[in-house]
Design a protein around this ligand. Structure first.
Ligand SMILES: Nc1nc2c(c(=O)[nH]1)N[C@@H](CN(C=O)c1ccc(C(=O)N[C@@H](CCC(=O)O)C(=O)O)cc1)CN2
Length: 289
């Protein structure tokens, strides 16, 4: 879909108790408004009535003018009638995204290259790092780089500086091998989704040095996991994972090199799917359309 066609494309995300009649109500309300459904994905957790998830994209001429009216109709005929949570989005509005990084550049650079090529439906508005190493690389992309050091014992002060940059200015934060644990207070105050790439196939090798521990364990597969960040380290809802075969002959450094390619691909897929509202939270899991 070319950018100029996005203007009249809307997206409707629905979650809540599953029950007969929901799909008919959504399609009826959209068709009565003159909207054409261009894609529809749904999942029911239990045929007998569990949790319902739906992602619908539709084309409606003059969407920007008619959006509020349609939102009211959906809220009444779907949300209120069935007790469902309904969110309407305009596809053309891209998510303002900050990337946080430490010293390793592979995930950051991959995202910036894909962003420059228009492969990710996000607007990268800044990069924040606790080290200065990558400033020139980032500035070559014309993206602001902010160095916010995190001194030992001074994490609250650093998080206050980060919050000044982020609060109200971003819709998404991506941790591209950012090696600092974010406090619960920070997560609560920022209150936007944060995606992290962990360099192991979770739940294996949570925490620090997963490649070294994988080598010591003699694994034949290593992997990467992209997940939403919660206060519980590396335990947030998983968005995407992948693995690659390794052998006994590979050193820890070789595992890191091979693993880096998996990390980049997994993170890019997760960010891209989130950007297109394809990832719906389901408790500590996700539904990915
Ligand atoms: N609240 C959360 N914060 C972060 C998460 C998360 O899941 N929840 N993921 C990490 C990323 N990560 C592993 O993928 C990770 C990063 C850093 C550490 C760690 O022990 N950091 C030390 C400082 C280390 C240093 O100074 O180099 C610390 O923060 O005290 C563990 C796991 C990102 N944040």
């Amino acid at each position: 879909m070319r950018g100029d066609e996005d203007t009249d494309v809307g997206r409707l995300i629905i979650k809540g108790p599953d029950q007969p009649g929901v799909v008919a109500a959504v399609s009826g309300a959209l068709s009565r408004a003159g909207a054409n459904i261009v894609s529809l994905d749904q999942f029911s957790s239990d045929p007998e009535g569990g949790r319902f998830f739906q992602r619908t994209e539709f084309h409606l001429p003059n969407l920007q003018v008619r959006r509020a009216e349609l939102e009211d109709v959906i809220a009444e005929e779907v949300g209120a009638k069935f007790g469902l949570h309904c969110t309407m989005l305009e596809v053309k509005r891209r998510k303002r995204t900050a990337i946080m990084v430490s010293k390793l550049d592979h995930c950051l650079m991959d995202l910036l290259w894909r962003h420059r090529r228009g492969e990710l439906a996000i607007d990268v508005t800044m990069v924040i790092s606790n080290h200065p190493d990558l400033s020139e690389e980032v500035r070559r992309f014309g993206i602001p780089f902010f160095h916010v050091p995190v001194a030992k014992g001074a994490k609250p002060e650093a998080e206050r500086e980060q919050m000044k940059l982020l609060k109200g200015n971003v819709d998404l934060v991506v941790l591209a091998r950012y090696m600092q644990i974010l406090s619960g207070d920070f997560l609560e105050e920022l209150a936007v989704p944060i995606i992290n790439i962990h360099h192991s196939f979770l739940p294996a090798f949570m925490g620090a040095s997963p490649y070294q521990r994988a080598k010591e364990r003699g694994v034949k597969l290593i992997g990467a996991t992209a997940h939403y960040v919660t206060e519980d380290l590396d335990e947030g809802p998983i968005i995407e994972q992948d693995v690659i075969r390794v052998s006994h002959a590979m050193s820890t450094k070789a595992l890191q090199r091979f693993g880096a390619d998996v990390e980049r691909q997994v993170l890019a897929r997760a960010v891209g799917w989130h950007a297109e509202d394809r990832v719906l939270r389901d408790g500590n899991s996700t539904v990915v359309f």
